[in-house]
Design a protein around this ligand. Sequence first.
Ligand code: DGL
Length: 266
Amino acid sequence: MDNRAIGVFDSGLGGLTAVRRLHEIMPEESIIYFGDTGRVPYGTRGRNTIIKYTRQDIRFLLEYDLKAIVVACNTASAAALDTVQGEFDVPIFGTVEPSCEKARAVTKNGRIGVIGTAATVRSGVFERSLKKADAALDVQTVACPLFVPLVENGRVKRGDVVIETVVREYLQPVRERGVDTLILGCTHYPLLHEVIADFMGPSVTLVDSGAEAANALRRAVAPASGGAGETRYFVSDDPAGFAQLASLFLQEDVTGSAGLVDISGY
Ligand code: DGL
């Protein structure tokens, strides 16, 4: 048993989809969440900037006594995980490997699509990981840079003509390729699950990268005991606006504001 908290971070609130999964499967865990809302998105930035931001996010979380950290951001996992993993004295879990493992387990026709931010797609980590495990896989990756701002503005619902148009535009080539598995390689995208599933059709399995990171963490860490854990939330901007959007990501009622962090000081 280990009652130390789990640290989770993202460039914004997308990482809350990993927290949602942790609440479901490990309700006794205490969680410290940091969303870098003052600097979101990371996905349009260069690798060095993403590494710098990732280090700062981890240093902030390590103000707390943690047993593990989840990089609940595919962009940071793709661009920075390899670099930072050896730099800190705490196990750090990313989203990429668990998502690839899940996709390989569910695909039947060997055709896998991956959607993510521009930085994630540019890094090539998803193709490398999938092909390393099975060179015969057909992998198609597509950057979807408009998804994050649309999600952060709550444009996620079935029937919203803006998001449905953008989904069609980005996913048409993936659908034409005949993939039977689509990795949502950005932790914001599970909010678009319904719209993406409608477009891709019932024969395509969607893999939720935040949830897969949470599943991987559960397999690897000693659990907490002694009743429900507490989750504390921190952001680097607009703590008052946190609750409304966080409720959407977490699918649970969030009241009150988040703590405000000056992340540039870390
Ligand atoms: N949630 C982040 C991810 O999983 C993307 C958001 C961003 O561009 O910062 O990639």
